[in-house]
Design a protein around this ligand. Structure first.
Ligand code: SF4
Length: 183
């Protein structure tokens, strides 16, 4: 991938996920040094930037789309990113967060916030400022077009490196079959 400044503008984010996919990214270990020599991380949990920037080359989205904020953020990311990657099984299929799809959303909220061990918020007032849960958790591609799917729970570092390295070289990402499995 070529850019005007030679460094690729890379963003990462997570929606309904456990951060495991980001942990796997950090498990690139010494290969991170090579990657960081070629990219500027312009948004994500490892940089303290609040607003998603313009002109992003590649964005990795971990996690499924579970609430109204995720929908808004996904649309903004799509508008501002050349390449969007569904990063991990939750983003690709809904995976663990989508297990709640078999339940009614009101039953979930009651069980967690009214009857759960913490009963928090105690009087329900925070429900007004929290993002609204979607009736069903969705994989990212059901909300915005996605350019690449990187399955795995989490995708192992070799798989992440293979995809990122190909993108950085401007090559098509064609992962071998053993790197396309779920779970
Ligand atoms: S795919 Fe697995 S590791 Fe990644 S966010 Fe989902 S549950 Fe966590």
């Amino acid at each position: 991938m070529t850019t005007q400044n030679s460094k690729v503008r890379l963003a990462t984010t997570w929606f309904g996920g456990c951060a495991g996919c980001h942990m796997s990214f950090l498990d690139l270990d010494e290969r991170l040094i090579d990657v960081l020599g070629l990219v500027d991380i312009v948004f994500g949990p490892v940089v303290d930037i609040k607003k998603f920037p313009d002109n992003v080359d590649v964005t990795l989205i971990e996690g499924a789309v579970a609430n109204s904020d995720h929908v808004k953020e996904a649309r903004e990311i799509r508008r501002k990113s050349k390449i969007v990657i569904s990063f991990g099984d939750c983003a690709v299929t809904g995976n663990v967060p989508a297990m709640r799809n078999a339940l009614k959303i009101d039953d979930v909220l009651t069980a967690v916030y009214a009857e759960g061990p913490g009963k928090s918020p105690p009087s329900g007032e925070l429900l007004d400022i929290m993002p609204v849960l979607l009736p069903k958790v969705l994989p990212v591609h059901q909300v915005i077009p996605v350019d690449l799917y990187l399955p795995g729970c989490p995708p192992n570092p070799d798989r992440i490196f293979a995809a990122v390295a190909a993108l950085l070289k401007g090559e098509p990402v064609t992962l071998p079959e053993e790197m396309r499995s779920f779970g």
